[in-house]
Design a binder for this molecule. Sequence first.
Ligand code: NAD
Length: 292
Amino acid sequence: LPEQEAFDIEYWDLEEAKLQRMPKPKPLAGRVALITGGAGGIGLATARRLMDEGACVVLCDIDHDALHEAEAGLKKQYGNDVVSSCWVDVTREDAVIASFRDAAWKFGGLDICISNAGIASASPVDQTSLATWQKNMDILSTGYFLVARQTFQLLKAQGIGGSIVFIGSKNALAASPGAAAYCTAKAAELHLARCLALEGAPAGIRVNVVNPDAVLRGSRIWQGEWAQQRAEQYKTSTDELETIYRERSLLKRSVFPEDVAEAVAFFASERAAKSTGNIINVDAGNAAAFTR
Ligand code: NAD
């Protein structure tokens, strides 16, 4: 500053300084987000992240008990008026339509849809039943289509655009042993997102994908046969898996639900206004190079 301005308070722009100090509005204030598979794991962590940024959230899940527990927890933390829940089986067309109607009714519309519901089944391809194959396709591909179709209809009717985020998987891009049904369904989900990005762009609807690597903590997928099979693959116990995944990553860090939620919040918000049809890998570097 010129000497005179530095010492003469009349030259200081205090109004501007006051504005700088005022709390900034939260990035998702006034936005409504629906999250499938929101009762636990990555879905629930995402709900918290979006609510921290000011969004109202509708949790949808097939698991009644977990859904009500998650809703009660969020209401305690954020208040009764900003969270709601709705039972849904994403493979059932009628249930998906009803959940969107409930969400729109409860909060007066929708701006963000996080399609996250999932399962993971583990079996070598020659031992995979048709029922297992179809279940993966039904939930991870058809379910994502049904949810996206309803989101498109609602967002187009509102006419103000919006954001869809799919929770994909590193397995959408690379095969994993004993997981053909899961990998194929996740690859279809990824390509559906690209098709949706193309069709949604004229209406201002952005569609992006977050691909996590193994997220063991908080995930129910890792409490069943999936974890057992991975442990056999690495000739170790399920307790050691988190260490193995951490050590094989470039950054030598575990991925947690909150890390995935951070990338989702970015895509959901205006910070990603120029991104559609894109992927963020949340994998501590695993997609970049094989370390073992
Ligand atoms: P999770 O099991 O903790 O959560 C999945 C949720 O989806 C559950 O609450 C479950 O009840 C719900 N769900 C299952 N079938 C449903 C259906 N038909 N309709 C509605 N809801 C249904 O698992 P998570 O790890 O939080 O997985 C969330 C997403 O992340 C999944 O799409 C999964 O494929 C993906 N993902 C997970 C990992 C990981 O290592 N945990 C890695 C890559 C991708």
